[in-house]
Ligand binder design. Sequence first.
Ligand SMILES: C[S@@+](CC[C@H](N)C(=O)[O-])C[C@H]1O[C@@H](n2cnc3c(N)ncnc32)[C@H](O)[C@@H]1O
Length: 310
Amino acid sequence: MIRFRPVIHTGLSSCPPSSTGTRSETGFIILTGCFTGTSCDLTVSLIEMGDVAQDETSFYSNAEGYWRDVSPTVDGMLGGYGRISNIDINGSKLFLHKFLGSWLLGTEGRLWVSSVLYQEKTLESQNRPLSPDSWGQVMSPDGDGKTGTGCALDCGAGIGRISKRLLLPLFSTVDLVDVTQEFLDRAKTYLEEDSKRVGHYFCSGLQDFVPERGRYDVIWIQWVIGHLTDAHLVEFLRRCQGALRPNGLILIKDNMSYEGVVPDEVDSSVCRELPMVRGLVSRAGLRIVHEEQQLDFPKEIYQVHTLALR
Ligand SMILES: C[S@@+](CC[C@H](N)C(=O)[O-])C[C@H]1O[C@@H](n2cnc3c(N)ncnc32)[C@H](O)[C@@H]1O
């Protein structure tokens, strides 16, 4: 799912597959879809993701093997789509600022948000959390108090692409967790001076990782949930909930399929449809407090949604 598939999803976005299907030996429903101007075969599972990862051990070890061979660069993190990183980060900033208290009504507030986007270099170089405290207490979109800017956790962090541009400019301390040691090693230099404000580099699969209770204001989980089975994702989200500070937030930003579960045998992951992700969130006992689709991504890649949970 992390890999972007230029051709197939162009068709999917405009025309859903036909409903004729047969069950394959591996338990997937094979649907042959006819797409606008193109004909292609694709495998779409209409059943629980647990069936996709029948052999859980190889589901995880194949993914680890895949990522070990990926270059520790922004382009590597984004499956060759390094050019969308700016759009992604700017979209995430706008989303997150709604909760950090920087999304004030009125011209002044909008100007401030703009300054984060367009004078990013200046603000980042100040090397401190952006705190609009002087503007008084504001409410987040769900009516709760604002989220703190003390400590964030970057899950499936890779080389720290998100930590560098989104989290470290906003939070005093950021922890990174990823299953690939080489990426975390690269993060130490990629994050430059800001690496001094990294609390921990945890090398662990999220399925095994236990975040410290009550430590985090924000837990950011981007482009990695497809590497977890349903059960592991639910359990991980539960542990994340316990790791939040008051008014803390868990954010999932990820590809969503157009229908069912789409397995990716190359990187050993799955891409779930949005209602399934919402269902897993609810199974974890979490509430979706805000949800948006990332705009301005290339048409040929999966739709990407951001969900704020607590
Ligand atoms: C598509 S990259 C995304 C990296 C980063 N989130 C970003 O957006 O730049 C996926 C990352 O997830 C990591 N990963 C894969 N399976 C994982 C697992 N089970 N637990 C933790 N990290 C995992 C990979 O090593 C890789 O760094």
